[in-house]
Design a protein around this ligand. Structure first.
Ligand code: ADP
Ligand code: MG
Length: 353
């Protein structure tokens, strides 16, 4: 125990937000040191990660949809669950080693690692994350629930006897949780999030314009003109893709109104998850939320008007957290700072699942 604390002074302890779209790593005292897409390039039809240094993260994401025949770019956490254990392990290991290699300390002490995981993850998946992090060189691994880390990162008073509610709209999953006294009271992990917005846009373009577009283009449309509620000035955008009938490249102009219509279904599913979580809340916690409101985080929180539609549906105040894409990572940094005090209350590789 004491040895562990002493080693803590020398090791580069890390907090990791293992997201379905982006993985962020922060180091105690240094803030966020890595922010890369959760993408891995593998040899097609196998689990073999490419060995040429372009295999994980930013470089691998650039390959999505553009890979030559022999390579495929995979998002191993795509739906918020670990779709492929080996590839997830390779990814986690790459990120941990990359951060660890940056600083050679006098003492080669292995780091302790705090990892935020979706609340819907199974015991088998938890074990896989723990084992992967250990094999990647962690001395000790602690798991924290993503909504808790998110709430802490967003500056909510989650340890106090009052309710805090976060809606974290990521790529593959939306996590909705009501917390108080450092515990989750009710939560829902929904498999509808930013990726589904992109898919809805792809199918709208196909149905309405006979135009095939890839996911990266759909994401661009979403970020540039996407919205969940009417805009003061509606927007337009030129989109390029492949005509389904002639098979040739073509462009067309689209409007923010039609994209809002296309996004209605996934946005509606998120609204339903939020209202059904509120219905399950203890009356006293529900009462707190009248004053405390709801905090939005994750990349999906940046969709224009997401706060407005949620506020209209619930009658509560809704605010978007500052820097919503980094809330979870910044929350894990707070866990790192308090590791000596909190570690006995956290799930770790010493526990049995
Ligand atoms: P995860 O935690 O699952 O890795 P993130 O919180 O990193 O997910 O969010 C990624 C999602 O946010 C992606 O679907 C991305 O397209 C979306 N996103 C990022 N920026 C914006 C934006 N400005 N408007 C709408 N969606 C956005
Ligand atoms: Mg996330």
């Amino acid at each position: 125990m004491i040895l562990d604390s002493l080693l803590g002074l020398f090791s580069m302890d890390m907090g990791i937000d293992l997201g379905t779209c982006n993985t962020l790593v922060c180091v105690r005292g240094q803030g966020i040191v890595l922010n890369e897409p959760s993408v891995v390039a593998v040899k097609k039809g196998t689990n073999r990660v490419l060995k040429n240094g372009t295999a994980v993260g930013l470089m691998a994401k650039e390959m999505l949809g553009k890979t030559p025949g022999s390579i495929s770019a995979i998002r191993p956490m795509k739906d918020g669950v670990i779709a492929d254990f080996d590839i997830t392990e390779a990814m986690l290991s790459y990120f941990i080693r990359k951060v660890h290699a940056r600083r050679r300390s006098i003492l080669p002490v292995k780091p302790r690692v705090v990892i935020a995981i979706p609340s819907g993850i199974t015991a088998v998946e938890k074990r896989a994350v723990l084992n992967s992090a250990e094999r990647a060189g962690a001395r000790r691994v602690y798991l924290v629930d993503e909504p808790m880390a998110c709430g802490i990162g967003a500056g909510l008073p989650i340890t106090e006897p009052t309710a805090s509610m976060v809606v974290d709209i990521g790529g593959g999953t939306t996590e909705v949780a009501i917390m108080s006294l450092a515990d989750i009271s009710v939560c829902e992990s929904l498999r509808v999030a930013g990726d589904d917005f992109d898919e809805a846009i792809v199918s709208h373009m196909r149905r309405t314009y006979n135009l095939m577009i890839g996911d990266p283009t759909a994401e661009k449309i979403k970020i540039e003109i996407g919205s969940a509620s009417p805009l003061e000035g509606e927007l337009t955008m030129e989109v390029r893709g492949r005509d389904m009938i002639s098979g040739l490249p073509r462009k067309t102009i689209i409007t923010s109104e039609e994209i809002r219509e296309a996004l209605k279904e996934p946005v509606g599913a998120i609204i339903d998850a939020v209202t059904s979580t509120l219905e399950k809340a203890e009356p006293e916690l529900a009462a707190d939320l009248v004053d405390n409101g709801i905090t939005l985080a994750g990349g999906g929180a940046l969709l224009r008007g997401m706060d407005t539609v949620l506020s209209n549906a619930t009658g509560l105040k809704v605010r978007v957290a500052d820097d919503p894409l980094t809330c979870v990572a910044r929350g894990t940094a707070v866990y790192l700072e308090n590791l000596e005090i909190w570690k006995d209350t956290m799930e770790s590789d010493e526990d049995e699942f």
